[in-house]
Design a protein around this ligand. Structure first.
Ligand SMILES: Cc1cc2nc3c(=O)[nH]c(=O)nc-3n(C[C@H](O)[C@H](O)[C@H](O)COP(=O)(O)OP(=O)(O)OC[C@H]3O[C@@H](n4cnc5c(N)ncnc54)[C@H](O)[C@@H]3O)c2cc1C
Length: 316
């Protein structure tokens, strides 16, 4: 199927007509609230879901430099503002979702594969070290972009290298060291769209790995509002990945913010570094709530919390 864009109304951007025939999906006026965990966020002018790498490369090569471009994964760590996103949003779908064993102790995952799929593939291959991905609801590209981690594991420790596209459609390979990953941060500069990642585990006992994954899953259900409309941890821990370091939730609790509300947005009673959309919150409500929490924490502890969640789109 050719996805050559046919303008559907007068508001369709002109640059769509300059694109070559594409095999993936070019979707105009997509409400991003429908695909993000928070269930808030205005429309994207266009969402492009490439059919494969060649299709992605053709799109990037043809996209004019002045068209804003945003990458979206599973939408589990973003707060898209109410006015939405201008230009194009690229989202990798099922065609980038495979996980294959690529060596005795290595797995290669498409950047569109969910982290849970990677964890299960590691368990199937009896590789330990990747069980922590079991509870992270994002996709592999987002895990590389955020250096996702949990329960003592993080992407930087198990990643070998990544394939990625630059804004002009050229493909590159970088080692994990070249990404300069640190706590919830990727130090790569410029536009980089990860398309696949190679991970290394350690040969282990399959029954133990599976039990570890189940324990992680149970612990999350007990301690986090994982069935809610949320974006996960809102703020970075000031103490970073250090298990004994200062935790954002403790500062938020001490500042009296547990359960704080702005409209339908609330600081979770269960885990107060999570914000919840109870149903009809707007992105602005969630952001105002987050900024209010930051202010109260600053007043009570002197610590300035940094957003972990990526806020996308123009502020109102
Ligand atoms: C209930 C819940 C629990 C969570 N628990 C954890 C946890 O324990 N540990 C943890 O680290 N995180 C956690 N998170 C946050 C989130 O799941 C992770 O940050 C995840 O790695 C984000 O992946 P994503 O695919 O959803 O990315 P998105 O949220 O869609 O995007 C996040 C960032 O990554 C960029 N990005 C996404 N895909 C790509 C790509 N292919 N190439 C380049 N850049 C890309 C986006 O541009 C954006 O800047 C949690 C979230 C929720 C909702």
């Amino acid at each position: 199927m050719s996805a050559k864009a046919t303008p559907m109304n007068n508001s369709m951007p002109d640059w769509l007509n300059a694109l070559p025939p594409l095999r993936g999906k070019l979707l105009p006026d997509v409400m991003l609230g429908d695909i993000c965990w928070f269930r808030v966020g205005g429309p994207a002018d266009v969402v492009f879901m490439p059919a494969d790498e060649a299709d992605l490369g053709a799109f990037l090569k043809a996209l004019p430099d002045d068209v804003p471009l945003t990458i979206m994964g599973a939408g589990s760590n973003v707060l898209v503002r109410d006015r939405g996103l201008r230009g194009a949003v690229i989202r990798l779908g099922a065609s980038f979702g495979t996980v294959t064993q690529s060596g005795d102790t290595e797995l290669t995952a498409g950047a569109g594969a969910l982290d849970v799929r990677l964890a299960r593939a590691a368990a199937d291959a009896a590789l330990s070290g990747l069980a922590f991905y079991r509870g992270i609801p994002g996709a592999v590209g987002g895990a590389v972009a955020m250096n996702a981690g949990a329960y003592g594991g993080e992407t930087a420790e198990v990643l070998v290298d990544v394939e990625w596209f630059d804004r002009s459609g050229e493909k590159h390979v970088s080692t994990v060291d070249e990404l300069a990953l640190s706590y919830r941060h990727n130090g790569q500069s410029g536009f980089a769209l990860y398309t696949s990642a190679r991970f290394r585990g350690v040969a282990g006992d399959q029954a133990k790995i599976t039990a570890d994954m189940e324990a992680i899953s149970d612990k999350r259900e007990e301690t986090q509002p994982i069935k809610s409309r949320t974006g996960g941890s809102t703020f970075k821990n000031p103490g970073g990945a250090d298990p004994d370091g200062v935790k954002a939730w403790k500062l938020i609790d001490a500042a009296g913010c547990r359960g704080l509300r702005v409209g339908d947005a609330q600081v979770s009673e269960q885990h107060c570094n999570f914000l919840i959309n109870h149903g009809v919150a707007r992105a602005a409500d969630l952001e105002t709530l987050g900024e209010t929490v930051r202010e109260k924490v600053r007043e009570s502890s002197g610590v300035s919390l940094g957003w972990e969640i990526k806020r996308l789109g123009e502020a109102q």
